[in-house]
Design a protein around this ligand. Structure first.
Ligand SMILES: *Cc1c(COP(=O)(O)O)cnc(C)c1O
Length: 232
């Protein structure tokens, strides 16, 4: 099946009043993205800053670019002029830098706090208590040029669907609590970014509002190999 066919199929399967499809185009060519664009997709996710900037320059300007991967503070400035949503915010320091760069660009940048839900070792994501601590802090409350519109999570990479469902459900329950405690009157706080190619169905059952699907739409990612040919 072509990218356009895959895209249309996923769009009709996952999209609803509640759920939006983020087409994850990391490592894919500009031509591949354009094919998805021409099939109607406007929201794309990338995980590397440089790659996203290069693609943004070449592609139609009505594309919504979502940064889904880990973001280093020193790279925020490159995406601040155009990024639509930053999914993986996991520290106050990063939020402060996004705020600073958003102000320079006279914008308010939407962000999701990445919450650690998997039963795996990873450096990324905030624990539940760290999210609460961040939202209570005066430093966060002083930020005028960022807006937190929800939470993002990545489930354990496992075949155990019950475990995945439990993890997504914990994030959903936590989201509801945070909503009541901190965003009661804020209609913008409504997003739960969960689910990728392997687990998007479970994510949608457990309250996802944004599924991030890459390889199922575009096919396998091209992995760049670096070979030292002269060594042969
Ligand atoms: C790559 C990536 C995806 C998409 O993964 P697929 O398995 O290709 O659908 C989703 N979310 C994040 C954070 C990613 O890095």
């Amino acid at each position: 099946m072509s990218i356009a066919d895959n895209l249309k199929q996923y769009k009709s399967e996952v999209e609803s009043d509640r759920v939006k499809l983020i087409a994850v185009s990391k490592t894919q060519s500009v031509e591949a993205i354009l094919e998805a664009y021409e099939a109607g997709q406007r929201v794309f996710g990338e995980n590397l800053v440089q790659e996203m900037v290069e693609k943004q320059e070449q592609l139609p300007k009505d594309i919504e670019w979502h940064l889904i991967g880990h973001l280093q503070t020193n790279k925020v400035k490159y995406i601040a002029p155009f990024v639509k949503l930053i999914h993986g915010v996991d520290s106050l320091k990063l939020l402060q830098e996004i705020n600073k760069q958003a102000l320079k660009n006279k914008r308010i940048i939407d962000c999701l706090l990445q919450v650690y839900i998997a039963d795996e070792d990873t450096k990324f994501g905030l624990a539940f208590d760290e999210v609460i601590e961040l939202l209570r802090s005066e430093e966060y409350q002083a930020l005028q040029n960022i807006r937190i519109v929800g939470l993002m999570g990545i489930a354990t990479n496992t075949k155990n669907e019950k475990q995945i469902a439990t993890e997504f459900n914990e994030l959903k329950v936590f989201f509801e609590g945070i909503k009541i405690s901190f965003f009661h009157k804020d209609d913008a706080f409504k997003e739960i970014s969960t689910g990728m190619s392997a687990d998007y169905r479970i994510a949608i059952e457990e309250g996802s509002t944004m599924v991030r699907i890459g390889s199922s739409i575009f096919g396998k990612r091209i992995i760049k190999h670096f070979k030292n040919l002269s060594a042969n």
